[in-house]
Ligand binder design. Structure first.
Ligand SMILES: *[C@@H]1O[C@H](CO)[C@@H](O)[C@H](O)[C@H]1NC(C)=O
Ligand SMILES: *[C@@H]1O[C@H](CO)[C@@H](O)[C@H](O)[C@H]1NC(C)=O
Ligand SMILES: *[C@@H]1O[C@H](CO)[C@@H](O)[C@H](O)[C@H]1NC(C)=O
Ligand SMILES: *[C@@H]1O[C@H](CO)[C@@H](O)[C@H](O)[C@H]1NC(C)=O
Ligand SMILES: *[C@@H]1O[C@H](CO)[C@@H](O)[C@H](O)[C@H]1NC(C)=O
Length: 685
């Protein structure tokens, strides 16, 4: 290793290099870059303080990583609009995976500036490594060299026997401040260095996150007293009872979806599942009874991610309905096209269900660069939030976390979610960007909006999930994640009202499904983290102008720390949820060999996944690209949807929101009119 850097020698001349230098006024060539925030509100477990210990041995060699500022973070949205907005010249001109990496990679200027500074400090250029996604420079250096480079001092920090290293603040040369995002180790502590002992855990309470918007069955007790029989009508027999027994034939009639299609290779839609696992016997029973043109044994292509396995026997405790029904709906409507199932995470993690991060491992498997990508001060997956691999516990998945193993499908359906507040804001922002990157590549991501109206329960079968503020006891609405991310399509649910037929107007899905689910209703509301995206602005503005819900509200600040301010119960300035909707009531399907009546927004995302797949195939046949991120097209062409104007999503002790004319935070823009959507997208380039 060479000498301490020339730059520093020059500027340190005449100044004693001591604490007072580092913590006093630094040289005018250097600027303070980061300082540890002792009360960082976004830090998980910030109440458990780390104690500062000894200074690090100046001769010790430690790994240094320098996060480079990624370019174009702010241009991502513009770029997504450029390829997704129907009025843009570049509509449909999606980017390749490499082009997306290039777009978000640090510029050459950034790389060169930081790299040459390191080389000038005496580091051999061949020792400096650059990560695949180009976001990081990595090098092993003596502590003394790093301390000189960044005008800082490293100390050990100890908590409960775990030692991490870090500094309280560090500086960078002025001309590099705009190029360096942050360094590790830095004011965020390093990964644990030594584990002295595994001491007792005092915190035994494990939080359970509700992740599957598990479709729910109507209990037989409620079925018998439910629902007026349909009026006698001229409809064919199999369409007369769709309000009580919804089937694939009802979907086709209601949304005018064609019964036949010609599959196009490469357009197999994908469904995300985690924890819940399908049973071949169940889907066979369903095909046999409700879609007899599909042969027994038909199943999705199972792509395992980090130990996920499928199928399971019908009576398995892991077969709870979500996967069976997602597969039933998509496979029936896209037949003879086949589909793909991503089964995510090993059984230990999905059974404990106490990690709030459930999508990062999935996204890592589709985008290898995401495994190490840094944004919003977070790099790679987050310990304690994301399941991590290898999982060395008995029965765990001992392989390495998958990075970039699968090519993203053109359509992905996700019927899982939790509360926005269940993950740190920066974690969510970073993840949301991945949906943006998928949109740039021409993938449509459809996510169901949740089933408890304005609330977002995080415990199994709990109807609560509303937030509390000062003076407000569980009366503040709780928007969901990932649906509130504006770069994906949020899907709510509708229903045929009792006693009506497919010729009548649908309302918002809302029904009493028994204890804990008395207010089972289409999830909707306004994000606390994301402002209204441009493509939605006119729709949301019109909603407030013509149909103000009348509830007290607040305007969330940038770190969403003022939720509930002024007695408000929702963020007036947030991204509205959902974007669209589709039937999610009384769907007939088998689970554990029992033929039930199923409800939930879980059913609506796969319906839309089928619709978009059929449209993509028609476009592919005439040489056009997949439709990609669909929101800008839909908000600009609302006549391709059926506006839903009745029903509501009450919760949190209030009436929630009401479905009205135009966009609303219950059913969004409404349900598909397949022929209109097809015509619209066939006209677009
Ligand atoms: C840099 O490292 C390479 C490989 O270890 C070595 O061949 C080369 O001589 C080194 N250059 C200098 C200037 O030390
Ligand atoms: C339709 O559902 C009702 C209950 O909602 C049930 O009584 C009836 O048997 C069902 N019809 C068929 C054909 O399954
Ligand atoms: C298909 O599977 C169902 C359910 O297991 C069964 O009732 C039916 O007889 C099977 N059909 C054929 C043709 O094997
Ligand atoms: C989840 O539960 C497991 C088993 O009880 C425990 O070892 C782990 O620390 C918990 N993880 C979190 C993030 O709470
Ligand atoms: C909040 O409401 C719940 C349920 O009504 C009640 O059990 C609890 O005591 C209330 N908490 C406070 C702080 O008022």
């Amino acid at each position: 290793m060479g000498h301490p850097l020339r730059v520093l020698l020059a500027l340190a001349a005449g100044i004693a290099f001591t604490d007072s230098f580092v913590y006093g006024l630094p040289s005018s060539n250097y600027v303070l870059h980061e300082t540890r925030n002792p009360t960082g509100t976004s830090q998980v477990n910030s109440h458990r303080q780390w104690k500062r210990g000894d200074r690090l041995d100046r001769d010790a060699i430690i790994p240094l990583r320098i996060g480079l500022v990624q370019s174009n973070m702010h241009l991502g949205y513009d770029k997504l609009m450029e390829v997704s907005d129907p009025s843009s010249e570049n509509f449909g001109k999606h980017l390749s995976e490499d082009e997306v990496h290039e777009l978000f990679a640090p510029t050459h200027e950034t790389f060169d500036a930081v790299h040459s500074w390191l080389v000038e400090s005496g580091i051999n250029a061949t020792d400096i490594r650059q990560y695949v996604n180009k976001g990081w420079l990595a090098i092993d250096l003596p502590v003394s060299h790093i301390e000189d480079l960044f005008l800082t001092q490293y100390h050990e920090h100890e908590r409960e026997g775990v030692i991490k290293i870090g500094c309280d603040q560090y500086h960078v040369p002025k001309h590099l401040a705009k190029h360096i995002d942050y360094i590790v180790p830095g004011v965020k502590l390093s990964p644990p260095m030594v584990k002295r002992s595994l001491e007792r855990r005092t915190d035994t309470s494990s939080h359970n996150y509700r992740k599957g918007w598990k479709p729910k069955q109507m209990p037989p007790s409620l079925l018998s007293l439910s629902k007026k029989p349909p009026p006698s009508s001229k409809l064919p027999a199999d369409l007369q009872d769709c309000a009580r027994n919804f089937t694939a034939i009802c979907y086709r009639a209601l949304y005018q979806i064609p019964a036949t299609s010609i599959p196009v290779p490469g357009h197999e839609p994908a469904v995300y599942e985690s924890g819940d696992t399908f049973s071949q016997e169940d889907i066979d029973s369903y095909f046999h009874k409700y879609a007899p043109y599909i042969a027994n044994g038909t199943h999705p292509k199972v792509l395992s991610i980090d130990g996920g396995e499928a199928p399971v026997p019908a009576d398995s405790e892991f077969n709870t309905g979500e996967s069976d029904i997602d597969i039933d709906i998509i496979q029936t409507l896209i037949w003879p096209q086949s589909m793909v199932l991503y089964q995510v995470d090993d059984r230990l993690y999905t059974t404990a269900n106490n990690y709030s991060g459930f999508l990062n491992n999935f996204l890592d498997a589709l985008d290898g660069s995401y495994c190490h990508y840094s944004a919003y001060g977070i790099s790679g997956d987050s310990p304690g939030i994301d399941p991590s691999y290898p999982d060395t516990r008995p029965g765990g998945y001992t392989g390495k976390r998958l990075c970039g193993a699968y090519k993203p499908n053109k359509v992905i359906s996700i019927s899982y979610g939790e509360g926005e507040i269940d993950v740190p804001k920066n974690y969510f922002l970073r993840q949301c960007n991945e949906w943006l990157k998928l949109g740039l590549q021409g993938t449509t991501v459809l996510v169901s909006s949740g089933d408890y109206g304005a609330a977002m329960p995080s415990g199994e079968d709990s109807a609560s999930g509303c937030l509390s503020g000062s003076g407000q006891n569980q009366t503040i609405y709780n928007p969901g994640n990932p649906v509130s991310c504006p770069y994906l399509t949020a899907v709510g649910a509708t229903q045929l009202e009792p006693g009506t037929t497919v010729l009548d107007a649908e309302g918002a899905m809302q029904t009493n499904l028994g204890p804990g689910a008395e207010l089972f209703a289409s999830g909707g509301g306004f994000s606390n983290y994301f402002p209204v995206p441009d493509y939605q602005k006119a729709a949301v503005k019109k909603y407030f102008a013509k149909h103000d819900p009348g509830h007290p509200y607040y305007v969330a600040n940038s770190d969403a720390s003022n939720i509930g301010e002024n007695g408000g119960i929702y963020n007036r300035a947030g991204r509205g949820i959902p974007d669209i909707s589709a039937n999610g009531a009384n769907f007939r399907a088998f689970n554990n060999l029992r033929d039930g009546h199923w409800f939930g927004t879980s059913l609506a995302a796969p319906l839309w996944a089928s619709v978009i797949t059929l449209i993509n195939q028609e476009r592919a046949k005439v040489g056009k690209n997949s439709v990609g991120f669909i929101n800008p097209v839909l908000y600009a062409n609302t006549d391709a949807l059926t506006d839903i104007k009745q029903g509501s999503n009450p919760n949190c002790g209030t009436s929630g929101f009401t479905a009205v004319e135009g966009w609303d935070p219950v059913t969004g823009l409404g349900t598909p009119k397949y022929p209109n959507l097809l015509k619209l997208w066939m006209k677009l380039p």
